[in-house]
Ligand binder design. Structure first.
Ligand code: SAM
Ligand code: DTB
Ligand code: SF4
Length: 352
């Protein structure tokens, strides 16, 4: 069955990279129900729409980050009360991964509050990848910027995915982060791709950006020569003491507009039909109705468990209840873009 699906996908020229901003803006402008309907059609053409991928996050090194990302509680510039920790011991990480596996998670994502990993950190990080993989879980890491050599080391250790977000549109980027550029981010993504690791890249909605910024954000991802295998769409978790948390507090922008959030998910689904679209941060304060609309609009992956990196998450009990109410099942199969590579259907661009 999977082979049949894979060859259908491999023959499918859907993952085009020539989207214009005007085309993406026109999708955002569609009547809401029409947009969600179209996204649901694209979703069904390429994915098993009743299945949601379950991933678990662990912060392996928390706080004290020298970067100034305006949304982040872990920046040294933020007055968020998050205490800086050292890199966790490998055994403790493996224990946590075993628990995630017991709870039904298929992927274990390890995040570190670093600008970039130091060479002295690499042996421990590599041991974590190898250990988690040996348990039969897929591995993902997000450690900040990587050199080509570090990407190769992680690939050799067997790392399945690397998460590095573009976060917002190229135009808005400098208003949110000044300590590294949009081009730096793309450079790391190139290094990850070149090393043969699957790419996970997305961003945040609800940072007070304009519709045009959301168009620019999706455009930057959808015009990549090869779309990211996973696209996390985070709703800003406004944290007191961060630049954005303080700026948006007590303004009408403090809470993301649900409909606009669902629109962004739908446009990501339509423009990157073969990618996994992950409903990431912000679910804890999102109604089940809004989450359902996101699943309808093509989101097919979530983070499970009580905690993201530092912020609260919806929690396993709430998610089990939601899955039962909605008739959703945890995903067992392979991601389309990854499956295409396995059957040799994508020789680089994956574009029409
Ligand atoms: N330090 C690494 C980096 O920045 O690449 C990895 C960890 S960082 C926390 C991963 C991503 O989480 C960020 O790029 C951002 O998109 C998302 N994120 C961080 N804080 C967030 C918040 N308060 N609300 C929503 N998303 C957030
Ligand atoms: C992503 O795009 N979202 C996750 C993951 N990649 C690493 C992180 C969300 C972090 C939310 C805020 C926190 O927990 O501090
Ligand atoms: Fe550091 Fe990552 Fe937070 Fe930016 S998002 S401050 S790089 S931990």
């Amino acid at each position: 069955m999977l082979q049949e699906r894979d060859s259908t996908i491999a023959a499918n020229p859907a993952a085009r990279s020539d989207w214009t901003r005007e085309q993406i803006a026109a999708l955002f402008d569609l009547p809401f129900t029409e947009l969600v309907f179209r996204a649901a059609e694209v979703h069904r053409a390429h994915h098993r729409a009743g299945e949601i991928q379950l991933c678990t996050l662990l912060s392996i090194k928390t706080g004290g980050c020298p970067e100034d990302c305006g949304y982040c509680s872990q920046s040294v510039k933020a007055d968020s009360g998050i205490e800086a920790t050292k890199l966790m011991e490998v055994q403790a990480v493996l224990q946590s991964a075993a628990q995630a596996k017991d709870n039904g998670s298929k992927r274990f994502c390890m995040g570190a509050a670093w600008r970039n990993p130091k060479e002295r950190d690499m042996p421990a990080v590599i041991a974590m990848v190898k250990g988690v993989r040996e348990m039969g879980l897929e591995t993902c890491m997000t450690l900040g910027m990587l050199t080509p050599g570090q990407a190769k080391q992680l690939a050799d250790a067997g790392l399945d995915y690397y998460n590095h977000n573009i976060d917002t549109s190229p135009e808005r980027y400098e208003e949110v982060i000044t300590t590294r550029t949009f081009a730096d981010r793309l450079n790391t993504l190139d290094n990850v791709r070149a090393a043969g690791i699957n790419v996970c890249s997305g961003g945040i909605v609800g940072m007070g950006e304009t519709r045009a910024d959301r168009v620019g954000f999706v455009h930057a991802l959808a015009t990549m020569e090869q779309h990211p295998e996973s696209v996390p769409v985070n709703a800003l978790v406004p944290v007191k003491g961060t630049v954005l948390g303080n700026m948006l507090a007590d303004t009408p922008l403090a809470k993301i507009d649900d409909i606009e959030f669902v629109r962004t998910v739908a446009v990501a689904r339509i423009t990157m039909p073969l990618s996994m679209v992950r409903l990431s941060a912000g679910r804890e304060s999102m109604s089940e109705a809004t989450q359902s609309l996101c699943f309808m609009a093509g989101a097919n992956s979530i983070f499970t468990g009580d905690k993201l990196l530092t912020a609260a998450n919806a929690g396993d009990d709430a998610d089990s209840a939601m899955f039962a109410r909605l008739g959703l099942k945890p995903m067992e199969g392979e991601e389309p873009l990854r499956a295409m590579k396995a059957v040799g259907g994508c020789s680089g661009g994956c574009a029409a």
